[in-house]
Design a protein around this ligand. Structure first.
Ligand SMILES: [Zn+2]
Length: 227
């Protein structure tokens, strides 16, 4: 199956939550982005597709994936956002056991209960501000990545994972009804293999979707995680 093409053709028909962040042609990240897309298009398995190509810089590889996941998860949330209201989802939860509180050190100085749509909107705004900040995500090769680049990316990926949690737990019926489930599962697996390969997510973050992950990503990563 041509994963990348079917994914985008499917979601571009739907409502886009916000504009896509794009890479400028001619930059290193653009060619890496194309390389990553090409390996998905060629149908290689996702566990191979996420491996750092020989000779490439890890920060570039990380930057490209973070931006791609941000774009894709935005599209996924866009397909359920009309069903995610203050009434249906008064909390940013992942079932009765898990709730995420928002804190940004700015307007929300203390961890704050918020409706899921408000939380996700703040989360996406925050990620957008990070990836558009050229001192964090340099657009030219003469600008270095900051020393804390990996930790910024870990935080971005951690927050993006919470959107998967909310969407899977609370909006799975909607995904099924519009036929999006296989596409979302593919995106989830891609994300999961990537964060596991490079140890980018704390294992406690994976708890809310642990059973589903076992079901759809049954491979050595999951068996390692369970040890
Ligand atoms: Zn919701």
């Amino acid at each position: 199956m041509n994963i990348a093409v079917s994914f985008s053709s499917f979601f571009e028909k739907g409502k886009t939550f916000r504009p896509k962040k794009k890479f400028s042609p001619g930059t290193l990240k653009y060619s890496l982005h194309k390389q990553a897309q090409a390996s998905l298009n060629s149908g290689v398995n996702l566990q191979e597709a996420i491996k750092l190509p020989p000779g490439e810089d890890f920060n570039d590889w990380l930057a490209v994936h973070v931006v791609d996941f941000f774009n894709r998860i935005n599209l996924i949330y866009g397909t359920v956002c009309e069903q995610c209201t203050d009434t249906t989802c008064p909390r940013m939860s992942g079932g009765p056991k898990y709730e995420y509180l928002w804190q940004d050190g700015d307007k929300y100085k203390k961890p704050t209960h918020l409706p899921a749509n408000k939380y996700i909107s703040l989360l996406m705004d925050w990620i957008e501000s990070q990836i558009n900040d050229e001192s964090i995500f340099p657009v030219t090769t003469d600008v270095q990545f900051p020393k804390n680049f990996a930790s910024v990316c870990k935080k971005i990926l951690t927050r993006l994972y919470r959107v998967f949690v909310h969407v899977y737990v609370h909006h799975f019926d909607r995904l099924m009804s519009i036929g999006a489930e296989p596409h979302v599962n593919t995106c989830y697996k891609h994300f999961y293999y990537f964060v596991m390969e490079f140890s980018l997510l704390n294992s406690k973050e994976l708890e809310p979707l642990k059973e589903m992950t076992l079901r759809i990503c049954c491979d050595f990563h999951v068996s390692n995680y369970n040890k």
